[in-house]
Design a protein around this ligand. Sequence first.
Ligand SMILES: NC(=O)c1ccc[n+]([C@@H]2O[C@H](COP(=O)([O-])OP(=O)(O)OC[C@H]3O[C@@H](n4cnc5c(N)ncnc54)[C@H](O)[C@@H]3O)[C@@H](O)[C@H]2O)c1
Length: 488
Amino acid sequence: MLQRSARRRPTIRKAARIGLSHAKVRRSRVKDPLLAIIVGAGNRGHGVYGRWALDHPDDIGIVAVADPDPDRRARLARAHGIPETARFPDTATLVAAGVDAQAAIVASPDRHHASDAIDLVQAGLDVLLEKPVAVGPDELAQLVRSTRTARGRLSVAHVLRYTAFFGLVHEIVTSGRLGDVVSVVHRETIAWWHMAHSFVRGNWAIAATSSPAILAKCCHDLDILTWNSASPVSRVASFGSLKHFRPERTPLGALARCTDGCPVDCPFDARRIYLNPDAEPWLVEAVADDPTPGSIEAALERGPYGRCVYGAGSDVVDHQVVVMERADGATLTLHFDGHGEVGARTMRYDGTRATLRGIFGERPALRIDDNAGGSEVIEPEPRGVHGGGDDAIMRAFVDHAAAGQALPTDIDDAIESHLLAFAAEESRIEGRIVDMVEVRARLGLDSPAVRAQAPAPRGTSPSNSQASPTSTSSSPAWTRQPHDIIPP
Ligand SMILES: NC(=O)c1ccc[n+]([C@@H]2O[C@H](COP(=O)([O-])OP(=O)(O)OC[C@H]3O[C@@H](n4cnc5c(N)ncnc54)[C@H](O)[C@@H]3O)[C@@H](O)[C@H]2O)c1
């Protein structure tokens, strides 16, 4: 069986016995790295969390890996010096073999998340679980129940909450500065090439083998909307479809693969996207583990990313809207769209005292216009991938694990964002309005935050007790300056 590492840092009294000064104990406490496992050695496991561990050896050491792909497993193992004996094809084998570790990062495909997390928390580990935490309501209920009785703690990688940008949005909305929030519009626009890569040719193209796009991509957005809400959502309606990437829209003369000498001048030409020298590393690393023009070309000739987008067989939406009514009467809308020129999240909160508008893209910015006059533009520093969220969540995870705690974005906290995504998909497919009170009651699931939010009478000020992973004091420096691309 897997062992939660029994390694203990020396106590002051024991240190005195063995001749260490208090200063040395303090240093050793700070430097004792968290011993962790990575499950899923792909873009997130190897490229994001693994890289963070290599950059922060005093904080975390990766001591085992689970991934069925031998090349990916070996790549991560080489990077972290993991011996053959600590490399496994999956979580169950790893747990059965036993590894001396304190924590695990689960970055396997969506459909493995819940079972991987259950095995690891039941083995007593602190787990950081990628989203979505589960692909359906029953699986979510099972995960919540298993976690509540487990020795280990489960944290969820809702990375946006750890960004300076969304930390500020949360502070502003919950401070009451906007007054009573009446209407919120939040857009998640994916760039056209990102849509083609992830949701047409790639991992998230088929809902039955991954998850519906509104869950896979927008559980982050639903989490932000939930986090900023003073009152729970009571009703959900949703519309959307796969409009473009369909066989009947195939251009005349197009071939099954872009690399077959396809004569069509097409923006989705795989060679244009992946052989572009400016293509982002995560994009080309998904195509070829060791990306060079030659290895990318070869992968496009044989692999999924060289297929014509119109015949790739995708069945997830390329656009969807979710309309939500809160118990206090406010309305929220979420727009998911895979045809943007560039990718960005944009939002607008209209309150009874002020309007907040924001763009979370290459150059994040917020603007507050007070109804009584005056406006303020804030540009939180964009810091790294996901606006700094990836770096910040790893820092927080390591610190919380050392303190014996889960992150504020724990499994209870993730219930509502996932229930809303399931409800949106149910509404979109069945063409009906979903009653969230009924959903929570049927599943016996509601988050503590929702329970705490007694339906507020209309016209009262918002208050939100959910814990914030960021705070004003820890927010990075920001500047006030004109910004010309904040949406209307
Ligand atoms: N938090 C975020 O913002 C964010 C961003 C991107 C992706 N994700 C999520 O992270 C997860 C991983 O995404 P990715 O982009 O790294 O995908 P990926 O395909 O690059 O990596 C997944 C890895 O898991 C491995 N794998 C397959 N089956 C496995 C199993 N049973 N056990 C262990 N490993 C297994 C694959 O071989 C692959 O190496 C997905 O669920 C995705 O939705 C989250």
